[in-house]
Design a protein around this ligand. Structure first.
Ligand SMILES: *Cc1c(COP(=O)(O)O)cnc(C)c1O
Length: 326
């Protein structure tokens, strides 16, 4: 049963209450004027560690049985940071596996969060294999970034807050990659308000969930550079939770060009005075580009703010694509 029950999401909210920020939902006067319906921004980029992923990671860590020896993951991005933080708060050892390709500043950032960093191999796949080995040989518990019931339930707590703060919401725009975020948000929102439209937003360049929905089963796509780097990566050919949940709960998936993503990041800075990463801007980009036309009160979920400052500056100056190799 891929859809996480509302009761599990409510229990997750209790479990993580003191570990996460209850982020505000703020009306955007400029976007509301532009699209002629009330638009609200869920300020989840202000979450501890700079992204929503702490909710799922904290729920997963706090659900582990006593005596757990430690957790392990192979993520250089927002999941790795969230898991390292959640494990430290819980007094649990955390190992993050990385490949030799990961730059030193990213390694240092994970170490600063108190995790043991294990450098292995020359690719993300090698790092994942090392995480699998540590799970087997050292008895560590693997905490995956999205395809896990406790992760989905944790991310779903955002949906509870949206409905509580804006009971007349008619649509929620959610950044979509592996689908843990949207599966949780959709499960919570639709359980409380079944008519709300749940819209997934991804980039055109390498959207694995969108391709899998078209194919009718999980497929791999070529990974391409994108300004929405936190939305890259596959959904797993052996996907257990999020593919079916997305298929059942998500009403529409919108795909964006790099220029549209760039315009969203710029707009959010210039009009809302918020720094967000490319992945977090996509809901606003979908409104600005007209690729999603809202009919009533709409929420765009800003999912994270972990963007390289130099890249953010380039986007503000009008860059609308990542130079390959840059
Ligand atoms: C992980 C992530 C997403 C996508 O979440 P999924 O659960 O993989 O769909 C969106 N935005 C940011 C900032 C992220 O870190």
């Amino acid at each position: 049963m891929p859809v996480v029950p509302l009761a599990d999401i409510q229990r997750a909210a209790e479990r993580i209450r003191s570990s996460v920020v209850r982020t505000p939902l703020e009306a955007s006067a400029s976007l509301s004027r532009l699209v002629s319906v009330p638009v609200h921004l869920k300020m989840e980029h202000r979450q501890r560690t700079g992204a929503f992923k702490l909710r799922g990671a904290a729920n997963a860590v706090l659900s582990l049985p006593p005596g757990t020896r430690g957790v392990v993951a192979a993520s250089t991005g927002n999941h790795g940071r969230a898991l390292a933080h959640a494990a430290r708060e819980a007094g649990l050892a955390c190992t993050i596996c990385l490949s030799h390709l990961v730059p030193a500043n990213k390694v240092a950032a994970v170490e600063a969060l108190g995790a043991r960093v294990h450098v292995h191999g020359a690719s993300q796949d090698d790092a994942q294999r090392e995480a699998d080995r540590l799970e087997r040989d050292e008895g560590l518990v693997a905490v995956p970034p999205f395809d896990h019931a406790a992760i989905v339930a944790g991310q779903g707590t955002i949906g509870l807050e949206i409905v509580e703060d804006l009971p007349d919401v008619t649509a929620v725009l959610v950044p979509l990659s592996g689908g843990g975020l949207i599966a949780g948000v959709a499960a919570a929102v639709k359980a409380l308000a079944p008519d709300v439209r749940i819209v997934g937003v991804s980039m055109e360049r390498g959207a694995a969930m969108a391709a899998s929905l078209r194919a009718g089963h999980p497929v791999e796509v070529a990974e391409l550079t994108t300004l929405a780097d936190s939305l890259g990566g596959g959904i797993g050919l052996a996907n257990r939770w999020t593919f079916d949940a997305v298929r059942e709960l998500v009403d529409e998936v919108v795909l964006l060009t790099e220029a549209e993503i760039s315009a969203g990041v710029r707009y959010i800075y210039q009009e809302e005075h918020e720094v967000v990463e490319g992945a977090a801007a996509v809901g606003v980009s979908a409104l600005l580009s007209g690729r999603f036309r809202p009919r009533g009160a709409t929420v765009a979920l800003l999912s994270g703010r972990n963007i390289d400052p130099a890249l953010h500056l380039r986007i503000l100056n009008g860059a609308d694509a990542l130079e390959v190799g840059a």
